[in-house]
Ligand binder design. Structure first.
Ligand SMILES: [Mg+2]
Ligand SMILES: [Zn+2]
Length: 180
């Protein structure tokens, strides 16, 4: 059985901001999210991240700041005994029309290729409509959390039918681990 779960970063693992997460000091985990990743790991799940980081192209932060943010994420997660295997990110701005910025599927295609996992056996946990659309096109199963922009998407009525919704990453992990 393939056990790979793909996570959006901002609004799923850490608090999001309209002003972008530009430095490690601005990165703050959502309560329960790091423990949730560690619990999934212990149940045999590999975890990777697929995240749009257009702040790079917009000059809001540079690659060394992004690396520092991810070092902090990995370090804090390790305190719970968890591991994120890889972070796949799109560095482009929307007007660059790249193939990796969600709702395009490039990040998912790369995950599938690099990890040799068929996407239809994976789940993508996310908080925006563009994430849901990317997942549906890439054939990974989208799951919405209400953290980040998730509640706003629910309130808008634009969430496609048949997409499962959870309060947060911790409650998503609860449901996976109960079903196991
Ligand atoms: Mg997000
Ligand atoms: Zn891109």
């Amino acid at each position: 059985m393939i056990k790979l779960i793909i996570l959006d970063r901002d609004g799923v693992i850490n608090l999001d901001s309209d002003e972008y997460i530009k430095s490690e000091n601005e990165w703050e985990a959502i309560p329960g999210s790091l423990d949730a990743i560690a619990r999934l790991n212990r149940a045999g799940y590999r975890i990777v991240v697929a995240t749009n980081q257009s702040g790079l192209a917009r000059g809001k932060f540079d690659i060394s700041a992004l690396n520092a943010i991810h070092r902090k994420m990995h370090t804090h997660l390790s305190q719970y005994g968890g591991v994120i295997e890889a972070v796949f990110f799109c560095p482009h701005a929307p007007d660059e029309n790249c193939s990796c910025r969600k709702p395009a599927t490039g990040l998912f295609d790369e995950i599938s290729r690099r990890l040799r996992v068929p996407l239809y056996k994976t789940t993508f946990v996310c908080d925006k409509l563009s994430d849901i659309e990317a997942a549906q096109t890439a054939k990974t199963e989208p799951v919405l959390v209400k953290t980040g922009y998730g509640q706003a998407l629910l309130d808008s009525g634009k969430l496609p039918d048949n997409v499962k919704v959870f309060d947060d990453l911790a409650s998503f992990a609860d449901s996976i681990l109960e079903a196991a």
